[in-house]
Design a protein around this ligand. Structure first.
Ligand code: MN
Length: 290
């Protein structure tokens, strides 16, 4: 089997803390890739006092945030008390469970900023468990014939990332030039997100901020990377649970979402507080409430 045909989707530009970001997931027609349910690219930008990443305290439920930088430095602060700078080549993995809050602050830390933040939906078996945070400064690298792969999460080409996963999942950063053959798990669905340069996948040419959905049933993938190209390979077992996403929450129904909104708005103990000079972000009122 050669797998399903490729589907290319454009990102859309939205605002996160005053910074324009390109959102590749979720998009109409493509909500998830495995448990991956959100992909924002921020940058590349030259940082100025007026233009940098300053995302004040805000809550999450039911997901992991995965932060991966290409340039610059961002300080993560969360309501568990963690204060962790992240730099290129490192991974921040935050687990929200029933509730966590965090802030992301790049002020006075870098002259240029570029990176991605992804969300991974937690399955029913873990989403009621404790929130946590992990910083992985040393991820496995694999030398490819014409490039290098860094394994952010999951297993790829026989090596495994130390980052915890709650469902069968993989995320790999691939940088290189020329033809690359990458092994895939036929039970996973996959997508390619181009970060820099241009990547040819079969007869499709993909550019930055485009997501190419590959489907399942593939043993491998033939890529051609133009000079200076970098991409993310995202994959996972098709997520078997129906999720509902709204604002910063992943849940199963609107009642859960409305409860999370109310708990954040009422400042209950559920999300606790974050130590930062950035301002707390108020939740918008759910549109389905009276
Ligand atoms: Mn966040």
């Amino acid at each position: 089997m050669t797998g399903t045909s490729l589907v290319i989707s454009e990102s859309h530009v939205t605002d996160v803390g005053g910074l324009a970001v390109h959102r590749s997931l979720p998009r109409p027609g493509r909500r998830m890739v495995g448990a991956w349910c959100f992909l924002d690219r921020f940058g590349p930008i030259d940082v100025t006092p007026e233009r940098t990443m300053t995302v004040g305290p805000h809550p999450h439920i039911g997901l992991h945030t995965v932060t991966w930088l290409l340039q610059g430095e961002v300080l993560h602060s969360d309501s568990l008390g963690n204060q962790q700078p992240i730099r290129p080549g490192q991974l921040n993995l935050m687990t929200a469970g029933p509730g966590i809050a965090h802030a992301e602050d790049a002020r006075e830390r870098s002259r240029a900023l570029d990176g991605v933040q992804l969300w991974v939906a937690q399955p029913e078996s873990t989403r009621h468990g404790p929130p946590s945070f992990a910083h992985h400064a040393d991820l496995p690298h694999i030398d490819l014939p014409h490039g290098q792969a860094t394994i952010l999460v999951g297993e790829f080409a026989g090596s495994r990332s130390p980052a915890a996963t709650d469902s069968p999942l993989v995320g790999v950063d691939i940088a290189g030039i020329g033809a690359l053959d990458v092994p895939l798990d036929p039970t996973f669905e996959y997508a390619v997100a181009v970060l820099h340069g241009s990547v040819r996948i079969e007869n499709v040419h993909a550019s930055p901020n485009e997501l190419v959905y590959l489907g399942t049933d593939r043993q491998g993938l033939a890529l051609f990377l133009e000079e200076g190209s970098q991409m993310l390979l995202l994959g996972g077992r098709p997520f078997p649970e129906e999720i509902v996403m709204w604002w910063n929450f992943v849940a199963r129904d609107r009642t859960e979402l409305a409860r999370a909104y109310q708990d954040w708005t009422d400042r209950t103990d559920r999300f606790r507080s974050v130590t930062t000079s950035l301002h707390r972000i108020a939740a918008p009122r759910p549109f389905w409430l009276e």
